[in-house]
Design a protein around this ligand. Structure first.
Ligand code: PMP
Length: 388
């Protein structure tokens, strides 16, 4: 068992002690700190600026007025309303799949879905930089967990060959993110689909950071690359570009029914409030329509401008910019310096990122304006950075 004083003092001396602080996230890509100061918010995942969108706020308020503030039961008991099913139909339509199942968070989706797909006879082969929720899902499934080097298809092939050799009868689930949460780089989805087909494996792609941002209709990287039909499980969250909370998996009808009958994070948890589902439906409609396209154009122009300011023009555009500093204390003081200059970009440290790669994780969103990003570019140019 942990000894609290010892545990906390060890974290403190390693520069890894965290605490909660109150931050008011305002429209216009701004945030108000506890001391009342307003700063540019570069730490939100609200990529399209939808969290304050009047259509979402109104759908949320109306949803609560019509359906009550909570769902009152789990999905399988009396917690499923028409609006939950409507959200799932809209997600399936956007993703081009037979079905979708929504969950109360992206985390709950990862753990519920992976543990529903795989069991002790199988192997989960996962990109090394995959999100903690995906790792937890694989652990919970009881499957053998193997990791391949980040975005390295030779390494993936070796792991697949090994999995087939040691367990010829077992299934294999390949897992990756589409846009990586801490580096903003993209998975080679075409090659991943080719390899999983070659080995008769299944493929799960977590589009947490691609959904809403990539693809003509905002479905994500799989849509942008035209490989959606090769991805067996298109997973994602509603907590980032959709500006809300919740998660989903889009897949075949049969697999969706497997989730409904075995995903413990769905079965043993109260359904998301109907108001949340109503707001999520409004978000999906915006994302897949003309307004979504305009927001994507705006955010990608800002991302390109920041790329150029950071000396990496032409980098495949995502909203996530890692400014890797290196050591924890140096990253903390860089974040403090930026905050004093009016920009909120907290330091991200181990275990969220590998040791020695502590960084500022900067996100640009459609709520930002070019002048804010231009001013940021100038400040970042002065920061000491590592060659990560
Ligand atoms: N997957 C990835 C790749 C993520 O970055 C996150 C959120 N950090 C999640 C899943 C979990 O999503 P949520 O915040 O909706 O629980």
């Amino acid at each position: 068992m942990k000894i609290p004083e010892q545990f906390l003092s060890e974290l403190k001396s390693a520069g890894l002690l965290r605490s909660l602080r109150n931050v008011e996230c305002l429209p216009g890509g701004m945030a108000r700190m506890e001391d009342g100061r307003e700063v540019v918010n570069l730490a939100s995942n609200d990529y399209l600026g939808l969290a304050h969108h009047p259509a979402l706020v109104e759908a949320f308020a109306r949803g609560a007025r019509d359906g009550g503030a909570g769902a009152m039961a789990s999905r399988l008991v009396t917690g499923t309303r028409r609006v939950h099913s409507g959200l799932e139909e809209a997600l399936a339509e956007l993703k081009g799949t037979e079905a979708a199942v929504s969950f109360s968070s992206g985390y709950a989706t990862s753990v519920g879905v992976i543990a529903s797909i795989a069991d002790g006879n199988d192997t989960v082969v996962m990109d090394k930089l995959s999100h903690a929720s995906l790792i937890d899902g694989a652990r919970l499934s009881g499957a053998r967990l193997a990791t391949f080097l980040h975005n390295d298809m030779d390494s993936l092939r070796r792991k697949l060959e090994h999995a087939r050799r040691v367990n010829p009868a077992g299934g294999i689930l390949v897992v990756t993110e589409s846009v990586f949460s801490m580096d903003g780089d993209r998975a080679p989805l075409r090659e991943l689909v080719r390899l999983k087909d070659e080995f008769g494996a299944l493929l799960l792609v977590d589009e947490a950071h691609g959904f809403g941002v990539l693809g003509e209709h905002g479905a994500g990287l799989a849509e942008e690359l035209g490989v959606s039909s090769g991805v067996d499980f298109q997973m994602g969250t509603l907590s980032k570009a959709a500006g809300l909370s919740g998660g989903y998996v889009a897949c075949s009808r049969a697999w969706a029914d497997v989730m409904i009958n075995s995903a413990r994070s769905l079965i043993y948890s109260t359904a998301p409030p109907p108001a949340l589902a109503a707001a999520a439906l409004a978000a999906v409609r915006i994302i897949s329509g003309e307004e979504g396209k305009a927001l994507r154009r705006h955010v990608s122009a800002l991302a390109e401008a920041l790329s150029a300011a950071l000396g990496t023009p032409g980098r495949p555009v995502s909203s996530i910019f890692p400014v890797v500093i290196g050591e924890n204390e140096a990253a903390l003081s860089a974040a403090q310096r930026l905050l004093e200059q009016g920009f909120l970009a907290p330091a991200i440290r181990y275990p969220t990122v590998p040791r020695g790669t502590a960084r500022l994780r900067i996100t640009v969103t459609a709520a930002h304006q070019p002048e804010q990003i231009e001013a940021l570019g100038k400040r970042l140019a002065d920061l000491p950075r590592s060659a990560y």
